[in-house]
Design a protein around this ligand. Structure first.
Ligand SMILES: [Zn+2]
Length: 109
């Protein structure tokens, strides 16, 4: 089944859902019964990943009526990491584990 758009000269555009094998260039207008011509529209191709599309729709729906949550989303707690972060900086490295630099050690005076 596909959705086709038809335009009546007397009324307005309307959509008809019918099999691709049944579509004709004209369709009787549901308003006045007169003939209406098919309007060719771009196909509704979805290039956005499904999860992102659902999130965008949920964000759009909550713009008018925000959803109220009573708890944080579930999930396992994140492990504490000693890796670099912009808030803590690099994790300290013990002196004996520091890589040797490309420079020769300074001569002792
Ligand atoms: Zn009409």
């Amino acid at each position: 089944m596909a959705t086709y758009v038809f335009r009546c000269a007397e009324c307005s555009d309307f959509e008809v859902v019918q099999p691709m094998s049944a579509v004709r260039p004209t369709h009787p207008c549901p308003g006045c019964g007169g003939p209406s011509r098919r309007v060719f529209t771009p196909p509704a191709l979805r290039t956005t990943p499904a999860g992102l599309h659902r999130a965008a729709e949920a964000a759009e729906a909550s713009a008018e009526a925000p959803q109220v949550v009573h708890s944080l989303p579930g999930g396992a707690p994140r492990p504490r990491s000693r890796r670099w972060s912009p808030f803590t900086g690099a994790a300290p490295v013990a002196a004996d584990r520091r890589p040797a630099g490309p420079h020769q050690p300074l001569p002792k005076p």
